[in-house]
Write a protein that binds this ligand. Structure first.
Ligand code: GAR
Length: 193
């Protein structure tokens, strides 16, 4: 099993999907060992604690240094960004190359990159009038949302959608499915390498 850290900033529904899959034995290569938030009030921290996973909040000053220390202390081999809304430095992503994955709520290369996060992504998709959107899991490199794509899943945009209704459908029909699958796939690859 690969000891895995999940980085979060908000509600943590993607973290919950990972916790639920792990509990059902559907991610045999992933051991959820640590949850780190850059936001003190993130409900994701509560979800982690309820699941018995170490949960830490790290403030902005010295964030990456402290994160690095925690990752080493916990023997982490894989980092999953699950609604983590801070951009990691080039140095950090280089050190962890091939070991960090992110879920993004659109079909990359549409509606991605700096400034596209959370509801803004879905507002932009509705504004452009696309009929299909979705979610993407990709490796993280120094370019925001620019790393190699691991998995994607398409979701229909329906008449009358708001950013909120579309966000929910993309989560239910794409994110909560492909993030655990991709985490397991990458962890399995890491185990074998
Ligand atoms: C998710 O939709 C995730 O894809 C998105 O933030 C939301 C977090 O929800 N991430 C990004 O926009 C990253 N660019 P959650 O906290 O309930 O998992």
């Amino acid at each position: 099993m690969v000891r895995t850290a999940v980085l979060v900033s908000g509600g943590g529904t993607n973290l919950q999907a990972l916790i639920d899959k792990a509990a059902r034995g559907e991610m045999p290569s992933v051991e959820l060992a640590l949850v780190v938030s850059n936001s003190a009030g993130a409900f994701a921290l509560e979800r982690a604690k309820r699941a018995g996973i170490r949960a830490e909040y790290l403030e902005k000053a010295g964030f990456e240094e402290r994160l690095e220390a925690l990752l080493r202390e916990e023997g982490i081999g894989l980092i999953v960004l699950a609604g983590f809304l801070r951009i990691l430095s080039e140095d950090f992503t280089r050190r962890w190359a091939g070991r960090i994955i992110n879920i993004h709520p659109s079909l990359i290369p549409s509606f991605c990159g700096a400034g596209f996060y959370g509801l803004r992504v879905h507002a932009a998709a509705l504004e452009r009038g696309v009929k299909v959107t979705g979610a993407t899991v990709h490796f993280v490199n120094e370019i925001p949302d620019g790393g190699e794509i691991i998995a994607q899943r398409a979701v229909e945009v329906l008449p009358g959608d708001t950013p909120e209704t579309l966000q929910r459908r993309v989560m239910e029909q794409a994110e909560w499915i492909i993030l655990p699958q991709a985490a397991e796939k990458v962890a399995e690859m890491l185990e074998r390498s």
